[in-house]
Design a protein around this ligand. Structure first.
Ligand code: A3P
Length: 311
């Protein structure tokens, strides 16, 4: 699929990029080794070339459908904690994607956003789906104290989440085709495997700079994982009680039932409710045939397990 695509080109003004069809509904382009929705390339170039990271900034990072909404909620709650017990927090009235913008995203329905990432004073809490290799040097350099938190998830659960998500906002496709897209890396910010591998390798090299968090561990041991994340961001939490409040505030059950997430929309054509589905581990078992699972496992072994990553 990816090879055929190289025959056609996409013009992002003066940049010519290989393109192909995604989900039978839209085009995506190949840039710097990964696939992107065409409209994010320019903001990504701007971010990479002009963003000046400052001490205290935290950049949340993730591939798509790995739990970004949860990560944004948790990180925000850790940095904004004020001891509210009744849920009188920003998340009560706003979707996490409005409160913690994804720097390269476009199509926000209500602009200006909560803040302009280039003008807002540090410390800033931001998010990107961009791969590690495309982050601004000012973020990656050892001389800045900017921290990176990466959230990873099991590939098969990520695929199933992606299938449900895109089928709810684009023309639905059968699971077999979604598996093809996922395995060939032709999806937003794909290949998923290269995305995870880049952050994993760098987090092993510089654990003081990048915290690598697994969705499954957040689910199985949320208190310890959130305490670790808060401490890493320089926002150590005082007690387990405080963590419990944050976990409740950010829980799928609570967030999905808020009015803003039932009926609102941050990005045009994406109802907020689409960000909240089951939030389960091993939900893939309800969908993938043994052959599909084995196809993904093979790539997982070849790309991730060889570098010591088990997801
Ligand atoms: P499922 O589709 O498996 O249910 P993203 O936020 O990166 O788009 O990822 C979406 C996935 O995260 C969905 O997974 C969604 O249900 C899950 N999710 C969203 N909010 C969550 C929360 N507060 N707690 C746990 N999982 C959450």
């Amino acid at each position: 699929m990816a090879d055929d695509s190289k025959k056609s080109q996409f013009s992002n003004d003066d940049v010519l990029l290989p393109k192909t069809h995604f989900w039978e509904s839209m085009e995506i382009v190949h840039w710097e080794g990964f696939w992107f929705p065409p409209q994010v390339v320019k903001p990504a170039i701007k971010f990479r070339s002009t963003f000046a990271a400052a001490d205290g900034d935290v950049l949340l990072t993730s591939a798509k459908k790995t739990g970004t909404t949860w990560l944004k909620s948790l990180a925000l709650s850790c940095t904004q904690r004020g001891g509210e017990v009744d849920g009188a927090d920003d998340l009560a009235g706003n979707n996490p994607h409005f409160l913690v913008p994804t720097v390269e995203a476009v199509g926000y329905k209500h602009e200006p956003l909560k803040f302009d990432i280039y003008d807002a004073p540090a410390p800033r809490l931001l998010h990107t789906h961009l791969p590690y290799s495309l982050l601004p040097d000012s973020v990656k350099t050892s001389s800045s104290s900017t921290k990176i938190v990466y959230l990873a998830r099991n590939p098969k659960d990520t695929l199933i989440s992606m299938w449900h998500f895109f089928n709810s906002i684009l023309r639905p496709i059968p699971l077999e085709k979604a598996v093809d897209f996922f395995c060939s890396g032709v999806h937003h910010y794909g290949s998923f495997f290269d995305h995870v591998a880049e952050y994993w390798i760098e987090s092993r090299r510089r654990p003081e700079k990048i915290l690598f968090v697994k969705y499954e561990e957040l689910k199985s041991n949320p208190t310890a994982e959130v305490m670790k994340m808060a401490e890493f961001m320089g926002k150590a939490l005082g007690s387990e009680d405080e963590v419990e409040k944050i976990l409740w505030r950010c829980s799928l059950e609570r967030l999905r039932n808020l009015e803003v997430n039932k009926n609102g929309s941050v990005i045009t054509c994406v109802p907020n409710r689409c960000y909240f589905r089951k939030g389960e581990v091993e939900n893939w078992k309800d969908y993938l045939t043994p052959e599909m699972a084995e196809r993904i496992d093979q790539i997982t072994r070849h790309k991730l397990e060889v570098i010591g990553l088990v997801l």
